[in-house]
Design a protein around this ligand. Structure first.
Ligand code: SF4
Length: 394
């Protein structure tokens, strides 16, 4: 990793079915678009060749959606395109999110052969009833089989995603889930509290009283128990929702938390490149049309990127807030010397009053070099981060 290296994110917005809690940019019933979408991603990548310049790409992450719906041949096409466009580091982390309902050992071997070295499996639960309430297409047995297939295919860096604090989920049910995951021995665990996102079927069910809203106090109990259990199991808690065996932290997500730059390709992907944050249009069809327009514009010597929306140059104030908010998600917290080097301001000159208040409430603590959330602060992190955002310009 060098200071000006970047991460690459590729968004694959297709899913077999839409889960009731999901507010990601993903669409069911559009799998027929997968081959042409791979071509579009390659074209989109080429549009950024100059803007990325010779910067090294240290991480490549395929997220979704369900990237594992992409056949190996399409994945290979995309990776070949990326390799011919950017300087992908020889030891780059190349990762894929996989749905346990859509992978086989043969498929995973194919991915290993073309260079994938990390697999993140969206297990969510090892309880079939819970999986049904989450609208997942896989069963607990599928998840176990998929994990065994990943190992047999040679993946030695596997993450499992699990969700805790489901509506009316007792602590014992969550404990069983996590113990099942631990018995499998993954290198990494990403554990998220169920959240009710506006506009999702889950939000409507909660509104109509068909489903109870998850209880934040119960979720806090689940989280507290989890932190202790995973510490005993030898996992490093390195980010609010992420734990890893030593040496297996997710390099790609660290790019975000360290407020470093990345290029996002695909419908609805977000980027932070050359000091500008931007995203692309959400709908896959529209994205493909507009990428073609951007290609034509570039061919004619113009720079218009028709598929890009919401470009915003990051101001020094926003940049400082990003470094602090994203960095506080890390358990080690923010290195205040590094903050001063990067932004030319002492963190206390900018945020002294609010930071002092949080330290007073025992939500934040200072070490000689770092500022970090306390255990209590991790439970209230969202409220705290709100306070660190710059005032919107009127
Ligand atoms: S598989 Fe993932 S991205 Fe697709 S609908 Fe379910 S939660 Fe959303």
């Amino acid at each position: 990793m060098t200071s000006d290296s970047i991460g690459l994110y590729l968004h694959i917005p297709f899913c077999t079915a839409k889960c009731g809690y999901c507010d990601f940019n993903s669409y069911a019933g559009h799998e027929h678009m997968i081959p042409s979408y791979a071509d579009t991603l390659t074209k989109d990548a080429a549009l950024w060749r100059e803007a990325v310049g010779g910067r090294s790409v240290d991480t490549v992450f395929f997220g979704g959606g369900t990237p594992s719906l992409n056949p190996v041949v399409e994945m290979e096409k995309i990776l070949t395109g990326l390799r011919s466009t950017f300087s992908i580091a020889p030891d780059a982390e190349i990762a894929l999110e996989a749905n346990p309902g859509s992978i086989s050992e043969e498929y995973l071997r194919g991915l290993r052969d073309i260079g994938f070295n990390r697999l993140s499996m969206g297990v969510q639960s090892f309880d079939d009833e819970e999986l049904v309430t989450l609208d997942r297409i896989h069963t607990a047995a599928d998840a176990r089989d998929a994990y065994a297939a990943a190992r047999a295919a040679g993946f030695d860096n596997v993450n499992l995603d699990l969700i805790y604090g489901l509506s009316e989920q007792p602590l014992e049910a969550w404990q069983r889930n996590l113990e099942t995951a631990l018995a499998l021995g993954p290198e990494h665990l990403s554990l998220y509290a169920l959240t009710v996102e506006d506009g999702t079927p889950l939000a409507r069910d909660v509104e109509r009283g068909r489903v109870k809203a998850p209880d934040p106090d119960v979720q806090a109990d689940h989280y507290e128990w989890t932190q202790d259990r995973l510490a005993r199991a030898g996992y490093e808690h390195y980010e609010i929702s992420n734990w890893a065996r030593p040496g297996y932290r997710c390099k790609h997500n660290l790019v975000y938390w360290q407020n470093r730059e990345y290029l996002g390709l695909g419908a609805g992907a977000h980027s932070f490149l050359n000091g500008v944050r931007f995203s692309t249009v959400l709908l896959p069809n529209r994205y493909a049309e507009l990428v073609d327009e951007s290609v034509a514009a570039q061919r004619n010597g113009g720079g218009a990127m028709s598929h890009v929306i919401g470009a915003e140059t990051v101001t020094p104030e926003l940049s400082m807030a990003d470094t602090l908010i994203l960095g506080l998600r890390l358990i080690d917290g923010v290195d205040v010397r590094e903050f001063a080097r990067r932004h030319g301001r002492d963190v206390d000159d900018v945020y002294g009053a609010v930071l002092g208040e949080f330290v007073g409430y025992a939500l934040l603590e200072r070490t000689p070099t770092h500022l970090r959330l306390t255990r209590r602060g991790r439970l209230l992190s969202n409220e705290l981060f709100q306070r660190l955002l710059p005032e919107p310009v009127a």
